[in-house]
Design a protein around this ligand. Sequence first.
Ligand code: NOJ
Ligand code: CA
Length: 703
Amino acid sequence: MKKLILYLIALLFSYSGYCQKLTSPDNQLVLTFSLLPNGTPTYQLDYKGQPIIRNSKMGFALLHVDRPLAEGFRITDTQFTSSDTTWEPVWGEEKEIRDNHREMLVCLQQEKTDWQVNIRFRLFNDGLGFRYEFPVQPNLRHFRIQNELTEFSLTGDHKTFWIPADYDTNEFPITTSSLSGIAALIDEVRKEPLAAKSPAPNLAVQTPLMMKSANGIYVNIHEAALINYPAMHLNVNDQTFQLSAHLTPDKTGNGAFMQTGSATPWRTIMVSDDARDILASNLIVNLNEPCKIKDTSWIKPTKYMGVWWEYFTGGGSTWSYTDYSDIIIGQTDYTKLKPHGRHGANTQHVKEYIDFAAKHGFDAVLVEGWNEGWEDNHAYIKERIYSFTKPYPDFDAKELQQYAAAKGVKIIMHHETTSSVVNYEHQMHDAFRFMVDHGYDAVKTGYVGGIIPRSEHHDSQWMVNHYNYVTETAADYKIMVNSHEAVRPTGIHRTWPNWIAQESARGTEFESFKGIAPDHTTILPFTRLVGGPMDYTPGIFQGDLSVYGSNPAKGSSTLVKQLALYVTMYSPLQMAADLIENYDRFPDAFQFIKDVAVDWDNTWILEAEPGDYITIARKSKGKNEWFVGGITDENPRESIIDFSFLPKGKKYIATIYADGKDADWRTNPQSYLISSKTISQKTKLKQRLAPSGGVAIRIREIE
Ligand code: NOJ
Ligand code: CA
């Protein structure tokens, strides 16, 4: 009885005395922080008067410390601030971004240890961000986090767009099911060839995680500013609908090595009853630090082509120069080896791409397979790992430098590390110096395979530090980075805008392997792209690869949907991925790819429903020119495009690239119709999209 009374007093005390509220600027979101009677920190998030996240625990399990950093806390201070500012990104979907939030800093001290942890909450109109901060303090300096105990207690069995948790890859198809439906499907999805590498041992999924409640509330959970910390996956309790953090461990089971004077990444929860708000949100970038590069004039949004797709079509050309596999980099003289004759990155062929790119106004050409080492691209043997300074004998770097410069085209460097990360770091300065000396200003990095030699996971703290180190070092050389197979982005491109794009999801290359589901690109903007731009590499006009001989793959969309992706899949780095011959076959459709901008003043999300459709309008940076892209999943649909985003009182000419009447991604993907129409701000256009089809529109002012 005495115990019960004490408990009730403690409960009352904790909820009256230790309960703090913060509201968003528009008062629609309410964050409640409280301490449980045992001193465990908790938070709750309400939206328009209903709970979105039920009371959820916060804290850490530490390694070699019995007492978790998750209980026995008291509040030593609480501070409230607010801020409403705007800032200009170096590139982006908007030329100005508003950061309007209210903040609460709760300072906690654990009674038995005296250890201090602060929790900083920022509430925006479109969601919540919070992070843990570890101030410099007398009794704690270095510590190891075994796992973070942050919970996200959802209110029901939401519809969820998920990929399985995996410490090494995110190149999965995206599955749509209820939270309770994940368990029955996850093993099958993990078997997906080329995908699962190091699955989390429990029922867990990756972020950004997009969900929709039964009453139509959209909730998106991710993280911002992943720096010196492992990436977070989410355990799923499919009985209670409680999600909980699961940090990518290192090889010995540690989550994170910490030092006081630091903070965790922000945990982010976006909320809205309108799916368009999720796509329009700037919450993740707002939670990242401002740009750290002083002179950003060399960072340029880029449209490029590449000696690339031919390696995937089954048409015969390869990255490698010879058939020999016993090559030792630095010792084998390639000029003495007989080439197999199918090497893609030869000087003559690269020149064809440079000519074509120059003729059609592209900024750059990516060249893969230019460097020694592709004969053993599993890098099983250390001495065979690629050189990033030695071109193959038939790739004349100096001659191509002059040729490209004369044509006003850049060549994009390629560093496939096959995850030999230590070796890459050893070569990195020489490699970047080689780039500067040969006129390159952008590199595509790659992390195929397991991390060598430490077998650390791609999403671990150690690797997170590597990707950030590469980006920061590249900035010293004025080099832009497009990383493939790296940890998924968390808005760091605000701080380091030379990190111009990433892959980190299933991209177009899968059109040539296992295929891409028609709804994939209607989901990615709600999941992967929430963290930052994706090098999705659209523009495949010839999706049926059987025409090249050996690859039976069929495309996943109509040709017009490929055009629309340049608008719906935001990236300042966009590729026209198909072969020259296919653009020559469809010059009128190719015109859209030539015209479309890669940097924007404004963006309007016109229609959106994850898994079903997306329609977006954008205004080109510094130009009176607009583009609209609309896509649908496997179902045809009628899009109603409302042009009220255009300035009033003027007439415009819209060039409309539409699916042909008989277009269908399975039977007739290349059927399209191009027409022109005079429109104004008042126009509402009804446009039919074919199954897995799209619409792409270019709009210019009539003088
Ligand atoms: C996988 C990348 O995603 C792809 O774009 C690249 O061509 C290969 N690795 C080889 O580096
Ligand atoms: Ca890849």
